[in-house]
Design a binder for this molecule. Structure first.
Ligand code: NA7
Length: 728
């Protein structure tokens, strides 16, 4: 790795939050560029950025994808200890020299140092590799005086300006976010993560302001608790803040998806489509935050970097990447199950010269696709939505498919006033249906076995479900669809026949037909997906026949061919279930981190609590039903359960809750058994099992018995007085 410098002339005003946002852009991970230092001009119009990267081209690609197309990238030497050893004040004066000066070489750097020595704090002299001075940061002094001293020394700078010094990296403790499971840090050494007790104390810290975080916040405020929420994004919405890719939309009938805690909200919010698109969902969450006055409790652009349980005070000591510290009795992880994007690690990916984006880090300013050659890697729910949305706009679309998926028709449509009136009138019935559904959707399973009917009845049932919108085919199907291999095989065959009917070229149709059990991987909903492959500008590349060998500066190379591309879209999924939690240094009572505890896979009690981590609740994480559910309903149930558990503590005069190791072991074993006994156990090559993340242990992360059974389990624990939990 080498060090590089770029000085950016900013067209729009930039502030610290914007720098932090830029630092989270997925292109830094993709091109393996570390951005350890930024000096931002006080007027927000200029920025000096230092990078460590493989080569200057990688830095240029990052800058291009962040919207800075013209920036010059200069190789520099960053001092003997590199950026880490630098003495960083909060503010500095930047002096910069344009162009090289062959004669100046070493002398110039010496002159600069001599001129500035009086200021006592020459932070860094960024010499070009050819020896000429490029820029320097001066920790003390005023702009005019620095400029005068340089003039007097014969080393006049082309510009001198005052700046704030920022470490843009999102995670101070472990460096740039890893794209694979982070190796567990040494708990003792990392115990220094939270260096001093926090000055401020709140009842609860909530991590994340997505659907779970806002729902939890609203509930805790109603209970009279003081709450601080930390959110990595610049606004509320979670999944709907980050997943801005073309065609992103919800797979739940949207009226059954929103919050149910306020009848007035249900009555007033006018959804426009049966399956709302991302911009409408983002609007909805902004509306909720404003209407229920939640924003004031949220710190945006702030990532929780560490939370350490302090046994003496019985509190979590929480630290953020902005250096904020707060102590909290309860730590509630509302960090989501599908949060950490997973990028492919094909050799050469960092050399690609076009635009390369992960669906979950799509830039706010839309990416130019019209008339360009686009490659999409991945055909899960996100890939299917992108592909069907952009196929008609781009010059050429190449779909790189590793595993075909069973897609069922979404049958989206606009909602009318009449629809909305009906939803309000039938609201109680809608919620009741969701409670009966295995997925928390309005789709409730047929109570019959698929083998208890005649072949023609079964076929008629499959066809009727196929014609209905949403997940009817999955969740209103025969009761044993996911448990009986035979019934599942019949349903799988039905969907394969549908694919064959819709794709003109039989060879392409064959490649699009999955051979794993229906529902053992997440089923995408589609609107015209299969017809895309009948278009002249679309090509399907089956990676099982011709794997990708690598990415080149101009495209993707498989074992047989080079595919020239202008844009690569990685719809390659997430480090699901555990990824968001293991990337935070969450340290329990014996000094062990959660990442360490889950080294061999997650282990939880009800997917909500973890032994050894007192007062930590997980709203949407591994081993609870929320990850594979109509999220609104499952999240709401978990929020409710956690809130009632806190009420119970209050009623008992207790301040601490933690599951026993035995209760945790029992629940975890149950989760593994259920998965093994269902058709899921026959297809462990999915994110349900962590298979999409190299090095991640293969252990099921979802609760395969579904939302209805999960609710019953949680209710049984509450009704029995919380056996398995230690309260004190
Ligand atoms: P998914 O469902 O995890 O899909 C990811 C897709 O990307 C899937 O087709 C993967 O193939 C493919 N993939 C992943 N890594 C690679 C590499 N290295 N090379 C080629 N193909 C790859 O993620 P989504 O974002 O679509 O959906 C996630 C959830 O978001 C979804 O379930 C909804 O709940 C919303 P594979 O199947 O692993 O062979």
């Amino acid at each position: 790795m080498s060090d590089y410098l770029a000085i950016l002339d900013l067209q729009t005003l930039v502030d610290v939050a914007e720098v932090k946002r830029l630092a989270r852009h997925g292109c830094l991970d993709i091109h393996r560029v570390s951005w350890p230092l930024c000096a931002l001009a006080e007027d927000g119009r200029r920025m000096l950025c230092c990078y460590s990267a493989q080569d200057a081209e990688a830095v240029r690609l990052v800058l291009r994808q962040q919207g800075y197309r013209e920036a010059a990238v200069v190789p520099i030497t960053a001092g003997s200890g590199g950026f880490e050893s630098m003495n960083r004040p909060d503010a500095c004066v930047v002096a910069e020299w344009a162009g090289g000066d062959a004669d100046g070489v070493r002398a110039r750097a010496d002159q600069v140092e001599a001129a500035l020595v009086e200021f006592g704090n020459l932070v860094q002299d960024f010499a070009r590799r050819d020896g000429t001075a490029a820029a320097c940061l001066v920790g003390g002094g005023e702009v005019d005086r620095v400029a005068d001293r340089l003039d007097a020394a014969g080393a006049a700078a082309s510009r001198v300006w005052r700046a704030k010094v920022i470490d843009p990296r999102p995670d101070r403790l472990f460096g740039a976010a890893a794209t694979t499971v982070a190796p567990p840090p040494n708990p003792r050494a990392a115990g220094a993560a939270v260096r001093a007790a926090a000055a401020e104390t709140v009842d609860a810290v909530v991590i994340g302001a997505g659907m779970s975080g806002l729902g939890m916040l609203e509930r805790l405020l109603r209970m009279g608790l003081s709450v601080r929420v930390y959110e990595r994004g610049a606004d509320v919405g979670g999944v709907w803040y980050w997943n801005r890719y073309p065609g992103a939309r919800v797979d739940s009938e949207v009226y059954s998806y929103g919050y149910a805690f306020s009848d007035a909200l249900v009555r007033d919010w006018a959804w426009q489509e049966l399956f709302a698109a991302q911009p409408d969902l983002a609007d909805y969450f902004r509306h909720v935050a404003d209407r229920f006055e939640l924003r004031g409790h949220v710190r945006f652009d702030t990532r929780v970097s560490a939370a350490v349980w302090d046994e003496a005070s019985g509190r979590w000591q929480v630290e953020t990447d902005t250096g904020e510290r707060v102590a909290a009795r309860f730590l509630i992880a509302a960090s989501g199950s599908l949060t950490e994007p997973q990028l492919p690690d094909y050799p050469g990916i960092e050399t690609f010269r076009g635009d390369l984006h992960h669906t979950a880090r799509w830039p706010a300013a839309d990416v130019e696709l019209a008339g360009r050659r686009v490659g999409v890697i991945g055909t899960g729910a996100s890939g299917v939505q992108v592909i069907q949305t952009i196929a008609a706009k781009v010059a050429a679309l190449t779909v790189f498919q590793r595993t075909p998926t069973y897609c069922v028709p979404q049958r989206n449509r606009p909602l009318s006033d009449e629809d909305r009136t009906r939803v309000v009138a039938e609201w109680a019935d809608i919620l009741a249906a969701c409670r009966k559904s295995d997925g928390g959707f309005i789709h409730v399973a047929d109570r019959r076995s698929g083998l208890a009917v005649t072949e023609s009845e079964r076929e008629a049932k499959f066809e009727a479900l196929w014609q209905r919108p949403g997940f009817a085919f999955w969740f209103s199907n025969f009761a044993d669809l996911m448990m009986s291999e035979e019934v599942n095989a019949l349903a799988s065959d039905f969907v394969r026949r549908k694919i064959r009917e819709r794709v003109a070229d039989p060879a392409v149709a064959a490649r699009l037909m999955p051979d794993h059990p229906f529902g053992s991987k997440r089923v995408p909903l589609e609107n015209g997906y299969y017809e895309v492959f009948n278009r002249g500008n679309v090509r399907l590349v089956d990676l099982r026949e011709t794997p990708i060998e690598g990415v080149t500066p101009t495209g993707i190379r498989t074992t047989t061919e080079s595919h020239p591309l202008d844009v690569i879209v990685c719809a390659t999924g997430f480090d699901a279930g555990t990824g968001a939690l293991t990337r935070i240094h969450i340290q329990g009572k014996d000094g062990t981190t959660l990442a360490d505890r889950w080294r061999n896979g997650p282990s939880t009690f009800l997917g909500l609590l973890v032994a050894g981590f007192p007062n930590l609740f997980i709203v949407n994480g591994p081993h609870n039903a929320a990850a594979l559910c109509n999220a609104g309903r499952c999240i709401e149930q978990n929020v409710d359960w956690i809130a009632r558990c806190l009420d119970e503590l209050r009623a008992r005069g207790a301040v601490r809750v933690e599951p026993t190791p035995a209760a945790e072991a029992e629940w975890t074993e149950h989760v593994l058994d259920v998965a093994a006994g269902s058709v899921l156990g026959r297809m462990t090559n999915s994110w349900f099992y962590g298979a999409n993340v190299p090095g991640k242990p293969r252990r099921v992360t979802i609760y395969a018995a579904g939302a209805k059974v999960y609710r019953q389990q949680c209710e049984a624990v509450a009704a029995a007085g919380y056996p398995g939990l230690m309260m004190g």
